[in-house]
Design a protein around this ligand. Sequence first.
Ligand code: IMP
Ligand code: MG
Length: 181
Amino acid sequence: MNSLNKIIPDNYSILISEEKIQQRLSALGKEIAKDFAGKKPVLIGVLNGGFIFLADLIREIEIDLEIDFIRISSYGNMKESSGHVKVLKPLSADISGRHVIVVEDIVDSGLSVRFLNNMISAFGPADLKFATLLHKPERTVEDVKIDYVGFEIEDEFVVGYGLDDAQVKRNLRDIYIIEQD
Ligand code: IMP
Ligand code: MG
């Protein structure tokens, strides 16, 4: 398996390895399968960051499920939230009366989750839950409830495994911190 070394800058250091991610996903997948047994949930991946997490997570959930995607933007190429959330790609699935799990890459301020919660609730799902690979609790200012958290991390900017640094590095297999010098 390639290690993508050619595109890993010197100031990147591994925070969470591919192996640790997969172990955690296996546990989360079992939990979700148990909680949603017989319910055929719709998992909504939040683009772009959540696509790799969604792809790996669903293969750890041993029940029938459907997927859909939504794309929202609040950041542009900045590392701090602009405070405005826009829908860039709407949902395709009819989620009214369905059991929905929104799958996010990372919860930072919580603004995106609050926005998605309001927007998706308006479609009348039977149930709406949130899963995130990463959560930075110190940064979260919105009062949001996350039902499934992969890892809680410190207030640091992270990249890889779907998460970008100015749109690149999403293809890295591990999650990295960028060391500031
Ligand atoms: P929130 O709305 O402030 O919670 O931000 C959530 C979104 O910001 C995530 O879905 C990411 O796209 C982006 N984001 C927040 N922190 C990071 C990070 O450390 N690395 C990469 N993207 C991040
Ligand atoms: Mg995102």
